[in-house]
Design a protein around this ligand. Structure first.
Ligand code: ADP
Length: 493
């Protein structure tokens, strides 16, 4: 099967959050299984070009009409591990993808709707026709309506799949944005359900895609409700029959403590390994973290958080967790990507406190790996969480997750004290209510177990390290869905 992924992030060369990891891990697994996969991205200036091989031009002069004017684009190809990347360079005078960042520009809807149309123009000139075009989140959602309204007679793909990685971001924009690209703005399927005179790009993707997926079964159920549906619950309900929840995985080669180049000391967590060696290695990694953050070297639990600092991730509960950890004699390290939230300063005030707190407001891939390996616990008090990857990475690195039971966290983290799953599946501490008492419920028990019952702690670590959250099974589920669409298309022909 030939699958074309069209997206706006890819780990590790152009990563903002989990979307980049998913593109990388899922695509690699599909290639391993013998499928042909291309990943099409904007040719950003911020891509880490050192990691790419064989960068060369594939197509020149791909025309894309915007507001009556033709803009030219160049298509590049290159390799990353076993993946082939296609990079679309826009020659638009506004230099859409030379902004030193991936998202966060005032004209983001303009940049990405342009990319969506240029991607289809590229496809119309491309030598192969994809069986499946897989698009991701609002930035590429417009591809589904654009394809069906304007391109279907020029290119015939087998099916379009849209994955919602996070329903919070919907790409709301002015009608002119799509009118410029030749789409009628008077289309009820593209309108925001609540805001007048507003286009909702994600809604357009949901309405027009042949299938819509989201990244965990629990999140799938949650966003069908008014409470969690962020204004699109009724749209999703109307398309229930083509809506699926498929749990994400992690790339187990990239996130492998046995080979991870960013660790001070590597360790095995699969096959034959000794827990003693894991503890020893985690101690060595912890020394590096202590050096980096100027922390005391002491035998106390290290609680970590590795997150984008946005309201979704519960920064107020992280701050509370930090304070409570200190009161209980532990250490706390936050690696938080800065999203200009005022709360950032509240964290920084604690930096260095008694040699027990480390705060880094940055996106730092290398440091994140070291911290996953060094910590005892990872605190994830999300308000909502479509899937969440940090808990899966933590498990692999022998770090016990403390997580709120929501979305994908509820599908992957099972409380040490629950009777709902067999003892060997229990791998962390969970809480239900998004408040300080809730967070305390998980944190207090975790700290007590760590301090008083190391045998139990070891059991939890082992359970987590043994679990398979690789892409093997989720990629199979994607393939099942792709095949279903192709069969439907063949029957309709
Ligand atoms: P989201 O996609 O909502 O940010 P996920 O848990 O799905 O959350 O994925 C987050 C990914 O981004 C993980 O790979 C995590 O390690 C990484 N990450 C988050 N914050 C940082 C940071 N400050 N520095 C480095 N990596 C980070």
């Amino acid at each position: 099967m030939y699958i074309l992924q069209i997206a706006t992030e890819l780990a590790p060369v152009a990563k903002v959050g989990g979307l980049g990891d998913v593109l990388y891990g899922l695509s690699k697994e599909l290639v391993k299984k013998g499928h042909e996969v291309d990943i099409l991205l904007p040719k950003y200036d911020v891509i880490d070009y050192k990691m790419l091989r064989d960068l060369k031009i594939e197509l020149r002069d791909i025309p894309c009409k915007v507001a009556g004017k033709i803009v030219h684009n160049t298509l590049w190809s290159c390799e990353l591990d076993n993946l082939r990347l296609l990079l679309l360079e826009s020659h638009h005078p506004d230099k859409y993808f030379e902004r030193e960042k991936i998202y966060g520009c005032a004209d983001d809807p303009e940049r990405f709707t342009y990319f969506s149309k240029a991607a289809l123009e590229m496809l119309a000139k491309w030598s192969s026709v994809p069986d499946i075009v897989h698009i991701h989140d609002w930035p590429t959602a417009l591809i589904a309506p654009l394809y069906k309204e304007s391109f279907a007679d020029r290119v015939k793909v087998g099916g379009i799949v849209l994955t919602i990685h996070n329903l919070e971001y919907q790409g709301k924009c002015a009608p002119e944005q799509i009118e410029k690209l030749g789409l009628s703005p008077d289309n009820p399927h593209l309108e925001d359900p609540y805001l007048a005179e507003t286009i909702n790009l994600l809604r357009g993707g949901i309405e027009y895609a042949d299938a819509v997926t989201t990244v965990s079964p629990t999140y799938e159920q949650e966003i069908l409700t008014e409470h969690e549906g962020m204004g699109l619950d009724l749209v999703l309900q109307a398309h229930r029959q083509k809506f699926y929840g498929i749990l994400n995985g992690i790339d187990e080669d990239y996130w492998n403590p046995e080979t991870d180049p960013f660790l001070a000391k590597r360790f095995k967590t699969r096959g034959a390994f000794s827990l003693e060696e894991v503890h020893k290695a985690k101690k060595e990694n912890r020394k590096q973290i202590a050096l980096h953050f100027n922390l005391k070297e002491e035998e106390v639990p290290l609680v970590a958080s590795i997150t984008r600092l946005v309201p979704q991730k519960g920064p107020e509960l992280l701050l509370h967790g930090l304070q409570r950890t200190l009161e209980r004699g532990g250490q706390f390290v936050l690696l938080g990507s800065n999203h200009q939230m005022p709360i950032e300063d509240l964290f920084l005030e604690w930096n260095g406190q008694n040699g027990r707190v480390g705060i880094s407001i940055a996106r730092d891939e290398a440091l994140s790996h070291l911290l996953f390996a060094a910590a005892d616990m990872l605190l994830i008090p999300s308000r909502f969480e479509p899937c969440g990857l940090t808990q899966l990475i933590a498990l692999r690195y022998g770090t016990v997750p403390l997580a709120r039971r929501t979305g994908g966290l509820a599908d992957t983290i099972f409380d040490v004290d629950t009777a709902d799953v067999p003892p060997q599946k229990r791998n962390g501490f969970t809480f239900d209510h998004f408040d300080q008492e809730g967070a305390n419920w998980a944190l207090e028990r975790a700290l007590t177990y760590w301090q008083n019952d190391r045998a139990k702690w070891d059991e939890l670590m082992l359970n987590g390290m043994r679990m398979d959250f690789s892409w093997k099974e989720p990629s199979e589920k994607h393939l099942e869905l792709y095949r279903k669409l192709l069969l439907k298309r063949a029957r309709a022909a």
